[in-house]
Design a protein around this ligand. Sequence first.
Ligand code: AP5
Ligand code: MG
Length: 213
Amino acid sequence: MKIIMLGAPGAGKGTQAKMIAEKYEIPHISTGDIFRANIKNGTDLGREAKKYMDQGLLVPDELTVKILLDRVAQADCENGYVLDGFPRTIPQAEVLDEALTKLGEKIDYAINVDVPDDHIVTRMSGRRACLKCGATYHMEHIPPKKEGICDNCGSELVLRDDDKPETVQNRLKVYHEQTQPLIDFYTEKGVLKTVDGTLEMQDVFAAITAILG
Ligand code: AP5
Ligand code: MG
């Protein structure tokens, strides 16, 4: 099963993608997590990506597409995957579509996690992320067992550099301009499903599993 998560920054794409990956035993692939791991490890890719990410801008398609196509070509993706944060522009969606068509494959579901903008800003300021394993928490809604420490891997949790309110506003603007058109793109392909992302995390997941079966 090949699944794409769509939705504004902070809509809960990563939170839901992790749960989907676990239940359906497919890899969770987040381009944002790949970039953040590269920033943490001080790679050239990380340095380049950080320039854009810190301003809430998208990393150029040339850098992003190659990373994603290499990743989905790996052996663990044979039975499908859940993509979180990719595609984010129409050109990215077209490249993915072409690559899959060549293999005789297609995206099965594009899940749109719908959350209005005013919800987003409050959510982001409470988010804490683990840069090692990609787990995400929320200080009020989804706290870790031990404050500031990742339940999964024991690493320190941080407030992402791009979760400052002014950067969040910019990411929302970029989302509406460049990513929202993907909703029409996947609607036309007949694979778009929208779920209400303002519900409790488990209720959002129940709505998603009702779709995926
Ligand atoms: P990326 O890492 O993909 O960030 P994003 O899309 O901005 O989304 P987030 O990760 O911020 O939010 P999310 O929807 O995953 O929400 P989460 O589950 O954490 O990308 C970062 C940057 O990398 C981009 O800005 C760009 O520069 C670059 N980039 C990445 N991919 C790219 C691409 N393809 N092309 C170009 N550039 C790219 O949830 C948010 C918070 O809410 C958490 O605290 C969570 O615990 C909480 N929460 C989740 N669900 C609920 C709920 N139901 N109720 C209450 N709280 C909840
Ligand atoms: Mg995320």
